[in-house]
Design a binder for this molecule. Structure first.
Ligand code: ACM
Length: 532
Protein backbone atom coordinates (compact mmCIF):
# COMPACT_ATOMS: atom_id res chain seq x y z
CA UNK A 1 0.00 0.00 0.00
CA UNK A 2 1.18 3.50 -0.72
CA UNK A 3 0.63 5.75 2.21
CA UNK A 4 -0.46 9.28 1.49
CA UNK A 5 1.90 12.15 1.85
CA UNK A 6 0.31 15.42 2.67
CA UNK A 7 2.61 17.34 0.44
CA UNK A 8 1.96 20.77 -1.01
CA UNK A 9 -1.36 20.51 0.77
CA UNK A 10 -2.66 23.99 0.11
CA UNK A 11 -4.42 25.44 -2.86
CA UNK A 12 -1.18 27.09 -3.86
CA UNK A 13 0.41 25.15 -6.70
CA UNK A 14 3.83 23.95 -5.57
CA UNK A 15 5.53 24.92 -8.83
CA UNK A 16 7.16 28.31 -8.96
CA UNK A 17 5.95 30.81 -11.48
CA UNK A 18 2.40 29.52 -11.57
CA UNK A 19 -0.22 31.87 -10.19
CA UNK A 20 -1.82 30.72 -6.99
CA UNK A 21 -5.55 30.65 -6.40
CA UNK A 22 -5.48 33.82 -4.38
CA UNK A 23 -3.43 35.60 -7.04
CA UNK A 24 -6.06 34.67 -9.59
CA UNK A 25 -9.03 35.57 -7.47
CA UNK A 26 -9.02 39.12 -8.84
CA UNK A 27 -9.53 37.97 -12.45
CA UNK A 28 -12.72 35.89 -12.48
CA UNK A 29 -12.68 32.75 -14.60
CA UNK A 30 -15.30 32.27 -17.30
CA UNK A 31 -18.47 30.68 -16.03
CA UNK A 32 -18.53 26.91 -16.10
CA UNK A 33 -19.84 25.85 -19.53
CA UNK A 34 -23.31 24.43 -19.37
CA UNK A 35 -23.44 22.96 -22.86
CA UNK A 36 -21.31 20.09 -24.08
CA UNK A 37 -18.46 21.42 -26.19
CA UNK A 38 -18.15 20.56 -29.89
CA UNK A 39 -16.10 17.43 -30.71
CA UNK A 40 -12.38 18.12 -31.03
CA UNK A 41 -10.01 16.48 -33.45
CA UNK A 42 -7.26 14.28 -32.03
CA UNK A 43 -3.87 15.61 -33.14
CA UNK A 44 -1.81 13.11 -35.12
CA UNK A 45 0.80 12.83 -32.41
CA UNK A 46 -1.71 12.20 -29.59
CA UNK A 47 -1.62 8.64 -28.28
CA UNK A 48 -4.62 6.37 -28.82
CA UNK A 49 -6.45 5.36 -25.64
CA UNK A 50 -4.60 2.05 -25.42
CA UNK A 51 -1.13 3.43 -26.26
CA UNK A 52 -0.04 3.19 -22.67
CA UNK A 53 2.69 1.26 -20.85
CA UNK A 54 1.89 -0.89 -18.92
CA UNK A 55 -0.99 -2.04 -21.14
CA UNK A 56 -4.31 -1.27 -19.45
CA UNK A 57 -6.82 -4.03 -18.81
CA UNK A 58 -9.46 -2.38 -20.94
CA UNK A 59 -9.60 0.75 -23.10
CA UNK A 60 -12.83 1.61 -24.94
CA UNK A 61 -12.26 4.56 -27.28
CA UNK A 62 -15.03 7.04 -28.05
CA UNK A 63 -13.83 9.15 -30.96
CA UNK A 64 -16.31 11.97 -30.46
CA UNK A 65 -15.29 12.36 -26.85
CA UNK A 66 -11.76 13.70 -27.17
CA UNK A 67 -11.01 16.25 -24.49
CA UNK A 68 -9.07 19.48 -24.89
CA UNK A 69 -7.16 20.66 -21.84
CA UNK A 70 -7.04 24.47 -21.78
CA UNK A 71 -5.72 27.23 -19.62
CA UNK A 72 -9.12 27.32 -17.94
CA UNK A 73 -8.96 23.67 -16.90
CA UNK A 74 -8.85 22.98 -13.18
CA UNK A 75 -7.95 19.80 -11.38
CA UNK A 76 -10.79 19.28 -8.91
CA UNK A 77 -9.87 17.12 -5.98
CA UNK A 78 -12.56 15.50 -3.86
CA UNK A 79 -11.68 14.46 -0.31
CA UNK A 80 -8.55 12.35 -0.11
CA UNK A 81 -7.43 12.84 -3.70
CA UNK A 82 -5.19 15.87 -3.41
CA UNK A 83 -1.85 14.04 -3.55
CA UNK A 84 -2.61 12.57 -6.98
CA UNK A 85 -4.09 15.91 -8.09
CA UNK A 86 -0.92 17.73 -7.06
CA UNK A 87 1.14 15.15 -8.93
CA UNK A 88 -0.86 15.68 -12.11
CA UNK A 89 -0.58 19.44 -11.84
CA UNK A 90 3.15 19.13 -11.25
CA UNK A 91 3.81 17.01 -14.31
CA UNK A 92 1.38 18.73 -16.70
CA UNK A 93 2.11 22.39 -15.90
CA UNK A 94 5.63 22.89 -17.30
CA UNK A 95 4.90 21.98 -20.93
CA UNK A 96 1.29 23.15 -21.12
CA UNK A 97 2.07 26.40 -19.32
CA UNK A 98 -1.49 26.20 -17.91
CA UNK A 99 -2.17 27.09 -14.27
CA UNK A 100 -4.04 23.79 -13.71
CA UNK A 101 -5.25 24.91 -10.33
CA UNK A 102 -5.79 22.11 -7.84
CA UNK A 103 -9.12 23.01 -6.26
CA UNK A 104 -11.33 21.24 -3.76
CA UNK A 105 -14.65 20.12 -5.15
CA UNK A 106 -16.57 17.70 -7.25
CA UNK A 107 -16.99 19.51 -10.52
CA UNK A 108 -15.10 18.45 -13.61
CA UNK A 109 -16.62 20.87 -16.12
CA UNK A 110 -13.86 21.71 -18.53
CA UNK A 111 -11.22 20.07 -16.38
CA UNK A 112 -10.03 16.98 -14.58
CA UNK A 113 -11.94 15.56 -11.62
CA UNK A 114 -10.44 13.12 -9.12
CA UNK A 115 -12.76 11.00 -7.00
CA UNK A 116 -12.06 8.46 -4.28
CA UNK A 117 -14.69 5.73 -4.02
CA UNK A 118 -15.95 5.49 -0.46
CA UNK A 119 -15.08 2.52 1.68
CA UNK A 120 -12.53 1.29 -0.84
CA UNK A 121 -9.79 -1.16 0.03
CA UNK A 122 -6.52 0.78 0.32
CA UNK A 123 -4.75 -2.10 -1.44
CA UNK A 124 -7.11 -1.91 -4.41
CA UNK A 125 -5.18 -0.16 -7.18
CA UNK A 126 -7.92 -0.33 -9.78
CA UNK A 127 -9.04 2.90 -11.40
CA UNK A 128 -11.46 4.19 -14.01
CA UNK A 129 -10.47 7.03 -16.29
CA UNK A 130 -13.22 8.55 -18.36
CA UNK A 131 -12.26 11.07 -20.99
CA UNK A 132 -15.29 12.96 -22.29
CA UNK A 133 -15.72 16.17 -24.25
CA UNK A 134 -16.75 18.13 -21.18
CA UNK A 135 -14.14 16.80 -18.79
CA UNK A 136 -12.01 13.97 -17.50
CA UNK A 137 -13.01 11.92 -14.48
CA UNK A 138 -10.54 9.71 -12.67
CA UNK A 139 -11.97 7.54 -9.92
CA UNK A 140 -10.38 4.88 -7.78
CA UNK A 141 -10.83 3.06 -4.49
CA UNK A 142 -7.45 4.12 -3.10
CA UNK A 143 -4.62 6.62 -3.34
CA UNK A 144 -2.61 4.04 -5.24
CA UNK A 145 -5.40 3.65 -7.77
CA UNK A 146 -5.54 7.41 -8.26
CA UNK A 147 -1.81 7.55 -8.88
CA UNK A 148 -2.07 4.68 -11.35
CA UNK A 149 -4.81 6.52 -13.22
CA UNK A 150 -2.82 9.75 -13.12
CA UNK A 151 0.14 7.97 -14.74
CA UNK A 152 -2.19 6.76 -17.50
CA UNK A 153 -3.62 10.23 -18.03
CA UNK A 154 -0.09 11.65 -18.31
CA UNK A 155 0.77 9.15 -21.05
CA UNK A 156 -2.40 9.94 -22.99
CA UNK A 157 -1.19 13.47 -23.69
CA UNK A 158 1.22 13.97 -26.61
CA UNK A 159 4.94 13.40 -25.88
CA UNK A 160 5.45 17.19 -25.89
CA UNK A 161 3.90 17.18 -22.43
CA UNK A 162 7.16 15.74 -21.12
CA UNK A 163 9.19 18.78 -22.15
CA UNK A 164 10.57 21.00 -19.45
CA UNK A 165 9.51 24.24 -21.16
CA UNK A 166 6.17 25.55 -22.41
CA UNK A 167 5.09 24.25 -25.81
CA UNK A 168 2.46 26.36 -27.56
CA UNK A 169 0.07 23.78 -29.02
CA UNK A 170 -3.24 22.04 -28.40
CA UNK A 171 -3.44 19.45 -25.65
CA UNK A 172 -6.04 16.87 -26.58
CA UNK A 173 -6.66 13.50 -24.94
CA UNK A 174 -8.30 10.61 -26.81
CA UNK A 175 -11.90 10.13 -25.66
CA UNK A 176 -13.22 6.97 -24.04
CA UNK A 177 -12.92 4.91 -20.90
CA UNK A 178 -9.96 3.08 -19.44
CA UNK A 179 -10.69 0.52 -16.74
CA UNK A 180 -7.59 -0.94 -15.30
CA UNK A 181 -6.02 -2.80 -12.39
CA UNK A 182 -2.65 -4.40 -11.72
CA UNK A 183 -1.84 -8.04 -11.86
CA UNK A 184 0.62 -7.75 -8.92
CA UNK A 185 0.58 -5.29 -6.03
CA UNK A 186 4.38 -4.93 -5.98
CA UNK A 187 6.15 -3.53 -9.04
CA UNK A 188 9.58 -2.48 -8.01
CA UNK A 189 12.86 -0.97 -9.05
CA UNK A 190 16.04 -1.19 -6.99
CA UNK A 191 18.92 1.25 -7.00
CA UNK A 192 22.26 0.27 -5.46
CA UNK A 193 23.57 3.49 -3.93
CA UNK A 194 26.24 1.58 -1.98
CA UNK A 195 28.67 0.49 -4.74
CA UNK A 196 28.46 3.96 -6.22
CA UNK A 197 26.72 6.72 -4.33
CA UNK A 198 24.07 8.88 -5.99
CA UNK A 199 22.73 12.04 -4.38
CA UNK A 200 19.18 13.04 -3.50
CA UNK A 201 18.46 14.74 -6.83
CA UNK A 202 19.49 11.71 -8.86
CA UNK A 203 17.30 9.47 -6.71
CA UNK A 204 14.36 11.85 -7.08
CA UNK A 205 14.69 11.87 -10.86
CA UNK A 206 14.90 8.09 -10.82
CA UNK A 207 11.67 7.98 -8.82
CA UNK A 208 10.00 10.30 -11.32
CA UNK A 209 11.12 8.22 -14.23
CA UNK A 210 10.12 4.82 -12.98
CA UNK A 211 6.86 6.01 -11.39
CA UNK A 212 5.34 7.01 -14.73
CA UNK A 213 5.28 3.30 -15.65
CA UNK A 214 3.35 2.46 -12.47
CA UNK A 215 6.39 1.19 -10.60
CA UNK A 216 5.16 1.60 -7.02
CA UNK A 217 8.18 0.54 -4.93
CA UNK A 218 11.76 1.78 -4.97
CA UNK A 219 14.14 -0.43 -3.03
CA UNK A 220 17.30 1.43 -1.98
CA UNK A 221 20.32 -0.79 -1.33
CA UNK A 222 21.80 1.43 1.37
CA UNK A 223 24.84 -0.50 2.59
CA UNK A 224 27.36 -2.94 1.22
CA UNK A 225 31.04 -3.78 1.52
CA UNK A 226 32.07 -0.62 -0.30
CA UNK A 227 29.90 1.99 1.40
CA UNK A 228 27.38 2.84 4.12
CA UNK A 229 24.85 5.42 2.94
CA UNK A 230 22.49 6.36 5.78
CA UNK A 231 22.97 8.30 8.97
CA UNK A 232 22.24 6.27 12.13
CA UNK A 233 22.19 8.01 15.52
CA UNK A 234 24.71 6.61 17.97
CA UNK A 235 26.89 5.18 15.17
CA UNK A 236 28.58 8.26 13.68
CA UNK A 237 31.54 6.42 12.19
CA UNK A 238 29.21 4.68 9.73
CA UNK A 239 28.99 7.97 7.89
CA UNK A 240 32.33 9.48 8.97
CA UNK A 241 34.27 6.43 7.80
CA UNK A 242 32.00 3.86 6.14
CA UNK A 243 30.41 6.30 3.71
CA UNK A 244 33.59 7.93 2.41
CA UNK A 245 34.27 5.35 -0.17
CA UNK A 246 32.88 3.55 -3.20
CA UNK A 247 33.89 1.11 -5.93
CA UNK A 248 37.03 2.38 -7.62
CA UNK A 249 37.94 4.61 -4.66
CA UNK A 250 35.64 7.58 -5.30
CA UNK A 251 34.53 9.80 -2.46
CA UNK A 252 31.18 8.11 -1.80
CA UNK A 253 28.60 9.90 0.34
CA UNK A 254 25.50 9.29 2.43
CA UNK A 255 22.00 10.58 3.12
CA UNK A 256 21.36 12.45 6.32
CA UNK A 257 18.17 11.40 8.06
CA UNK A 258 16.55 14.54 6.76
CA UNK A 259 17.61 13.77 3.20
CA UNK A 260 16.32 10.23 3.49
CA UNK A 261 12.98 11.58 4.72
CA UNK A 262 12.97 13.99 1.79
CA UNK A 263 13.41 11.06 -0.61
CA UNK A 264 10.61 9.14 1.12
CA UNK A 265 8.25 12.12 0.91
CA UNK A 266 9.12 12.80 -2.71
CA UNK A 267 8.49 9.17 -3.57
CA UNK A 268 5.10 9.34 -1.87
CA UNK A 269 4.21 12.40 -3.92
CA UNK A 270 4.73 10.20 -7.01
CA UNK A 271 2.84 7.19 -5.63
CA UNK A 272 6.06 5.32 -4.83
CA UNK A 273 6.94 3.61 -1.53
CA UNK A 274 10.58 3.37 -0.45
CA UNK A 275 11.93 0.01 0.72
CA UNK A 276 15.24 0.55 2.54
CA UNK A 277 17.78 -2.25 2.61
CA UNK A 278 20.65 -2.82 4.99
CA UNK A 279 22.37 -5.99 3.85
CA UNK A 280 23.33 -8.34 6.72
CA UNK A 281 25.18 -10.39 7.92
CA UNK A 282 27.41 -10.43 4.80
CA UNK A 283 28.09 -7.47 2.51
CA UNK A 284 29.02 -5.56 5.68
CA UNK A 285 32.63 -4.47 5.23
CA UNK A 286 31.70 -0.78 5.35
CA UNK A 287 30.20 -1.25 8.84
CA UNK A 288 33.06 -3.51 9.95
CA UNK A 289 35.65 -0.99 8.80
CA UNK A 290 33.80 1.77 10.69
CA UNK A 291 33.67 -0.07 14.03
CA UNK A 292 36.42 -2.44 15.20
CA UNK A 293 34.06 -3.72 17.91
CA UNK A 294 31.75 -5.25 15.30
CA UNK A 295 34.56 -7.63 14.25
CA UNK A 296 35.11 -10.93 16.07
CA UNK A 297 38.82 -10.18 16.46
CA UNK A 298 38.24 -6.55 17.43
CA UNK A 299 40.23 -5.31 14.44
CA UNK A 300 38.68 -3.12 11.75
CA UNK A 301 39.44 -4.33 8.22
CA UNK A 302 40.57 -1.84 5.58
CA UNK A 303 38.06 -0.09 3.38
CA UNK A 304 37.13 -2.01 0.25
CA UNK A 305 36.78 -0.61 -3.26
CA UNK A 306 36.78 -3.75 -5.40
CA UNK A 307 33.71 -5.73 -6.46
CA UNK A 308 34.18 -9.27 -5.15
CA UNK A 309 31.48 -10.56 -2.81
CA UNK A 310 31.12 -13.00 0.07
CA UNK A 311 34.12 -12.15 2.26
CA UNK A 312 32.57 -10.09 5.08
CA UNK A 313 30.37 -11.07 8.03
CA UNK A 314 29.08 -9.40 11.15
CA UNK A 315 30.29 -11.21 14.29
CA UNK A 316 27.45 -13.56 15.18
CA UNK A 317 28.52 -14.21 18.80
CA UNK A 318 28.97 -10.64 19.98
CA UNK A 319 26.06 -8.87 21.74
CA UNK A 320 27.15 -5.56 20.18
CA UNK A 321 26.21 -6.96 16.76
CA UNK A 322 22.58 -7.05 17.89
CA UNK A 323 22.71 -3.59 19.47
CA UNK A 324 23.95 -2.38 16.12
CA UNK A 325 21.32 -4.29 14.12
CA UNK A 326 18.55 -3.12 16.42
CA UNK A 327 19.55 0.54 16.20
CA UNK A 328 19.76 0.38 12.43
CA UNK A 329 16.44 -1.43 12.05
CA UNK A 330 14.44 0.68 14.50
CA UNK A 331 15.79 3.97 13.14
CA UNK A 332 15.21 2.97 9.52
CA UNK A 333 11.72 1.74 10.36
CA UNK A 334 10.95 4.98 12.13
CA UNK A 335 11.89 6.98 9.01
CA UNK A 336 10.08 4.69 6.58
CA UNK A 337 6.27 4.83 6.35
CA UNK A 338 6.05 1.92 3.88
CA UNK A 339 5.34 -1.62 5.05
CA UNK A 340 8.67 -3.27 4.15
CA UNK A 341 12.23 -3.27 5.45
CA UNK A 342 14.81 -5.26 3.48
CA UNK A 343 17.38 -7.08 5.54
CA UNK A 344 19.62 -8.44 2.77
CA UNK A 345 20.86 -11.92 3.62
CA UNK A 346 22.49 -12.70 0.26
CA UNK A 347 25.91 -14.19 -0.42
CA UNK A 348 26.88 -14.51 3.26
CA UNK A 349 29.60 -16.93 2.21
CA UNK A 350 31.73 -16.17 5.26
CA UNK A 351 28.95 -16.93 7.74
CA UNK A 352 28.41 -20.59 8.68
CA UNK A 353 24.86 -21.87 8.07
CA UNK A 354 24.14 -22.35 11.78
CA UNK A 355 25.44 -18.85 12.53
CA UNK A 356 23.38 -17.42 9.68
CA UNK A 357 20.21 -18.94 11.16
CA UNK A 358 21.14 -17.83 14.68
CA UNK A 359 21.71 -14.31 13.39
CA UNK A 360 18.34 -14.09 11.67
CA UNK A 361 16.58 -15.71 14.64
CA UNK A 362 17.60 -12.62 16.58
CA UNK A 363 17.32 -10.00 13.85
CA UNK A 364 14.10 -10.83 11.99
CA UNK A 365 11.97 -10.39 15.15
CA UNK A 366 13.49 -6.90 15.45
CA UNK A 367 12.06 -6.04 12.03
CA UNK A 368 8.64 -7.33 13.01
CA UNK A 369 8.79 -5.52 16.35
CA UNK A 370 9.62 -2.31 14.48
CA UNK A 371 6.30 -2.75 12.64
CA UNK A 372 7.69 -3.82 9.29
CA UNK A 373 7.43 -6.83 7.02
CA UNK A 374 10.93 -8.16 6.36
CA UNK A 375 12.12 -8.78 2.84
CA UNK A 376 15.29 -10.79 2.33
CA UNK A 377 17.20 -12.06 -0.68
CA UNK A 378 16.18 -15.68 -1.12
CA UNK A 379 19.16 -17.13 0.76
CA UNK A 380 17.32 -16.09 3.92
CA UNK A 381 14.65 -18.66 3.08
CA UNK A 382 16.83 -21.12 4.98
CA UNK A 383 16.26 -19.07 8.17
CA UNK A 384 13.02 -18.81 10.18
CA UNK A 385 11.20 -16.23 8.10
CA UNK A 386 8.27 -14.63 9.96
CA UNK A 387 4.79 -15.11 8.57
CA UNK A 388 4.79 -11.57 7.22
CA UNK A 389 8.18 -12.04 5.51
CA UNK A 390 8.83 -11.82 1.79
CA UNK A 391 11.48 -13.83 -0.07
CA UNK A 392 13.12 -12.05 -3.00
CA UNK A 393 14.35 -14.57 -5.54
CA UNK A 394 17.32 -13.30 -7.54
CA UNK A 395 19.21 -16.24 -9.08
CA UNK A 396 18.85 -17.78 -12.55
CA UNK A 397 18.21 -21.39 -11.52
CA UNK A 398 14.57 -22.38 -11.98
CA UNK A 399 14.23 -24.21 -8.67
CA UNK A 400 15.15 -23.30 -5.11
CA UNK A 401 13.99 -25.66 -2.37
CA UNK A 402 14.10 -23.22 0.60
CA UNK A 403 12.20 -20.56 -1.34
CA UNK A 404 9.64 -23.14 -2.38
CA UNK A 405 9.22 -24.28 1.23
CA UNK A 406 8.64 -20.71 2.36
CA UNK A 407 6.11 -20.18 -0.43
CA UNK A 408 4.36 -23.43 0.53
CA UNK A 409 4.01 -22.16 4.06
CA UNK A 410 2.48 -18.86 2.98
CA UNK A 411 5.41 -16.46 2.54
CA UNK A 412 5.14 -14.32 -0.57
CA UNK A 413 7.88 -14.33 -3.17
CA UNK A 414 9.15 -11.26 -4.99
CA UNK A 415 10.54 -12.23 -8.37
CA UNK A 416 13.84 -10.74 -9.52
CA UNK A 417 15.41 -13.52 -11.56
CA UNK A 418 18.73 -12.05 -12.69
CA UNK A 419 18.48 -13.36 -16.26
CA UNK A 420 15.22 -11.43 -16.73
CA UNK A 421 15.22 -8.46 -14.38
CA UNK A 422 18.81 -7.48 -13.51
CA UNK A 423 19.35 -4.05 -15.02
CA UNK A 424 23.12 -4.27 -14.52
CA UNK A 425 23.39 -7.05 -17.13
CA UNK A 426 24.48 -6.21 -20.66
CA UNK A 427 21.67 -5.79 -23.18
CA UNK A 428 23.63 -7.84 -25.71
CA UNK A 429 26.86 -9.81 -25.40
CA UNK A 430 28.54 -7.35 -27.75
CA UNK A 431 27.70 -4.30 -25.61
CA UNK A 432 30.72 -2.74 -23.94
CA UNK A 433 28.87 -1.98 -20.70
CA UNK A 434 27.26 -4.16 -18.08
CA UNK A 435 27.75 -7.37 -16.15
CA UNK A 436 27.31 -10.68 -17.88
CA UNK A 437 27.22 -13.48 -15.29
CA UNK A 438 23.46 -13.97 -15.79
CA UNK A 439 23.71 -13.64 -19.59
CA UNK A 440 22.60 -10.76 -21.77
CA UNK A 441 19.18 -9.30 -20.94
CA UNK A 442 17.71 -7.54 -23.95
CA UNK A 443 14.29 -5.92 -23.76
CA UNK A 444 12.51 -8.94 -25.18
CA UNK A 445 14.13 -11.17 -22.54
CA UNK A 446 13.07 -8.74 -19.82
CA UNK A 447 9.53 -8.86 -21.22
CA UNK A 448 8.85 -12.46 -22.22
CA UNK A 449 8.75 -14.33 -18.95
CA UNK A 450 6.03 -15.43 -16.60
CA UNK A 451 6.57 -14.59 -12.92
CA UNK A 452 4.37 -17.47 -11.71
CA UNK A 453 6.17 -20.04 -13.89
CA UNK A 454 9.77 -18.99 -13.37
CA UNK A 455 10.49 -20.87 -10.17
CA UNK A 456 9.36 -24.48 -9.59
CA UNK A 457 6.52 -24.66 -7.07
CA UNK A 458 6.14 -20.89 -6.79
CA UNK A 459 2.96 -20.29 -8.72
CA UNK A 460 -0.22 -18.27 -8.74
CA UNK A 461 -1.08 -16.67 -5.43
CA UNK A 462 2.47 -17.00 -4.10
CA UNK A 463 4.08 -14.19 -6.07
CA UNK A 464 3.95 -10.72 -4.54
CA UNK A 465 5.28 -9.07 -7.66
CA UNK A 466 8.40 -8.26 -9.65
CA UNK A 467 11.39 -6.03 -9.06
CA UNK A 468 14.19 -4.88 -11.36
CA UNK A 469 17.46 -4.29 -9.46
CA UNK A 470 20.19 -2.01 -10.75
CA UNK A 471 23.51 -2.93 -9.13
CA UNK A 472 26.09 -0.23 -9.61
CA UNK A 473 29.51 -1.86 -9.52
CA UNK A 474 29.97 -0.61 -13.10
CA UNK A 475 27.48 2.25 -13.08
CA UNK A 476 29.02 5.60 -12.20
CA UNK A 477 26.84 8.34 -13.71
CA UNK A 478 23.17 9.23 -14.02
CA UNK A 479 23.37 8.69 -17.79
CA UNK A 480 24.55 5.15 -17.16
CA UNK A 481 21.74 4.58 -14.64
CA UNK A 482 19.25 5.63 -17.31
CA UNK A 483 20.79 3.64 -20.13
CA UNK A 484 20.76 0.45 -18.08
CA UNK A 485 17.24 1.04 -16.76
CA UNK A 486 15.35 2.20 -19.83
CA UNK A 487 13.70 0.62 -21.68
CA UNK A 488 14.00 -2.63 -19.71
CA UNK A 489 12.10 -1.02 -16.86
CA UNK A 490 9.05 -0.54 -19.05
CA UNK A 491 9.18 -4.25 -19.94
CA UNK A 492 9.31 -5.36 -16.33
CA UNK A 493 6.70 -2.82 -15.28
CA UNK A 494 4.32 -4.29 -17.86
CA UNK A 495 5.09 -7.86 -16.73
CA UNK A 496 4.13 -6.73 -13.23
CA UNK A 497 1.00 -4.79 -14.14
CA UNK A 498 -0.66 -6.32 -17.19
CA UNK A 499 -2.37 -9.67 -17.55
CA UNK A 500 -2.14 -9.74 -21.32
CA UNK A 501 1.46 -9.37 -22.43
CA UNK A 502 2.27 -9.61 -26.14
CA UNK A 503 5.74 -8.76 -27.37
CA UNK A 504 4.59 -7.78 -30.88
CA UNK A 505 2.24 -5.21 -29.40
CA UNK A 506 4.54 -4.08 -26.60
CA UNK A 507 7.47 -3.32 -28.90
CA UNK A 508 5.27 -0.95 -30.92
CA UNK A 509 4.04 0.86 -27.81
CA UNK A 510 7.61 0.95 -26.51
CA UNK A 511 8.89 2.51 -29.73
CA UNK A 512 6.36 5.30 -29.20
CA UNK A 513 7.92 5.98 -25.80
CA UNK A 514 11.18 7.11 -27.46
CA UNK A 515 9.79 10.60 -27.97
CA UNK A 516 8.59 10.79 -24.37
CA UNK A 517 11.91 9.62 -23.00
CA UNK A 518 13.77 12.03 -25.25
CA UNK A 519 11.57 14.91 -24.07
CA UNK A 520 12.46 13.92 -20.50
CA UNK A 521 16.17 13.78 -21.36
CA UNK A 522 16.37 10.11 -20.46
CA UNK A 523 19.52 8.56 -21.94
CA UNK A 524 17.78 5.29 -22.90
CA UNK A 525 19.26 2.36 -24.80
CA UNK A 526 17.96 1.84 -28.35
CA UNK A 527 17.57 -1.91 -28.05
CA UNK A 528 17.78 -3.55 -31.46
CA UNK A 529 14.54 -5.53 -30.98
CA UNK A 530 12.39 -2.40 -30.86
CA UNK A 531 11.24 -0.50 -34.01
CA UNK A 532 12.29 2.93 -32.73
C1 ACM B 1 22.37 -10.33 -5.31
O1 ACM B 1 22.43 -10.11 -6.53
N1 ACM B 1 23.44 -10.70 -4.65
C2 ACM B 1 21.14 -10.19 -4.57
Amino acid sequence: MVSLVVNGCTDDPPTQGVPSVSAQATSPRPATPTTTPEPVRLPEDAPALSDVIPAPESARPAKDDNFALTKQSDISVADGTRAAGDYLADVLRPATGFPLRVVSGEDNAGGIQLLLREGGDPQDESYRLEVARDGVTLSAASQSGLFAGAHTLRQLLPADVERGETVDREWVLAGGVVEDQPRFGYRGAMLDVARHFFGVDVVKRYIDRVAQYKVNYLHLHLADDQGWRIEIDGWPRLTEVGARNEVGGGKGGFYTKQQYREIVAYAQSRGVTIVPEIDMPGHTNAALTSYAKLNCDGTAPPTYTDTKVGFSSLCIDKPVTYDFANDVITQLAEMTPGPYLHIGGDEANSTKDADYRAFFDKVLPMVVKAGKRPIGWHEYAKANVPRSGVVQYWRIETADAPTRRQADSGRRVLMSPADKTYLDMKYEESNPWGNSWAGAVDVRTAYEWEPTKELAGVGDGMVLGVEAPLWTELVTTEDEIERMTFPRMQAIAEVGWSTQTKWADFRQRLAAQAERMTAQDIAFHRDSGVPW
